[in-house]
Write a protein that binds this ligand. Structure first.
Ligand SMILES: Cc1cc2nc3c(=O)[nH]c(=O)nc-3n(C[C@H](O)[C@H](O)[C@H](O)COP(=O)(O)O)c2cc1C
Length: 208
């Protein structure tokens, strides 16, 4: 592994339970892969570009199988920069709390920026082909409630969405570590679940 891109979607820094678990993974990962570069993309703190009309128009040009020229090509430079950063990694760590049963909007903004035709997927006579194949991903989440079993499982739009969108671009090797429940059963249970998730994270790092 040469480069791991850590995409952070919790704005809570030191207070973040998600980031505690990710730190357990990263500490063990760094020991095992000392030469791997770790690039940290804090989607909650970095001002990611917003999709302008020209950027969206450019997407439809690409979907039509044409290349971008002139002002649309110019407008797409910030998107290309983010895609280049994403594709320069061969492994990913996503740190995302559950927000309203799904992902924080900053992570969705990042996904809307980078998942683009010609760059991350293309249409072929055999169907859609993902262009980020062969990469590994760990997704660490934490949730106020517990969505691991029973009726509440159907409220989890976070894990299925991330599996689907990154699977769409060819990343099929995705591991999830969900720390839950963080809030619903009080702070003691929350702390215990964070500790359990940290153990899982260390074990995962040992196999990377
Ligand atoms: C805006 C917002 C929305 C949330 N929505 C949910 C939710 O739908 N389900 C849930 O179980 N917890 C929800 N939570 C609680 C967080 O998922 C939980 O506290 C998590 O551990 C926060 O992660 P962090 O400590 O890494 O920031 C929400 C928290 C916030 C701030």
């Amino acid at each position: 592994m040469n480069k791991l891109l850590h995409i952070i979607a919790s704005p809570r820094g030191e207070e973040s339970r998600t980031l505690k678990v990710s730190k357990a993974f990263l500490d063990a990962f760094k020991k095992k892969n000392p030469s791997c570069v770790i690039d940290e993309l804090n989607a909650a703190a970095e001002a990611l570009p917003s999709l302008t009309l020209k950027m969206v128009s450019g997407k439809y040009v690409l979907l039509g199988g044409k290349n971008l020229t002139g002002e649309l090509a110019e407008a797409w430079k910030p998107i290309e920069k983010e895609i280049e950063r994403f594709l320069s990694a061969d492994a990913y760590l996503i740190s995302a709390p559950m927000w309203n049963f799904s992902i924080p909007y900053t992570l969705k903004q990042y996904i809307d920026l980078i998942i683009q035709p010609k760059y991350l997927f293309r249409y072929t006579p055999k169907g859609v082909e993902g262009m980020a194949k062969g990469r590994k991903m760990l997704v660490v989440t934490s949730r106020g409630g517990d969505y691991s079993h029973g009726a509440s499982k159907s409220y989890d739009f976070q894990e299925p969405y991330l599996k689907t969108i990154f699977g769409f671009v060819g990343i099929s090797d995705i591991t999830f570590i969900n720390a839950e429940p963080m809030d619903a059963l009080g702070p003691d249970v929350g702390s215990q679940k964070v500790a359990e998730a940290c153990e899982k994270a260390k074990k995962t790092a040992a196999s990377w």
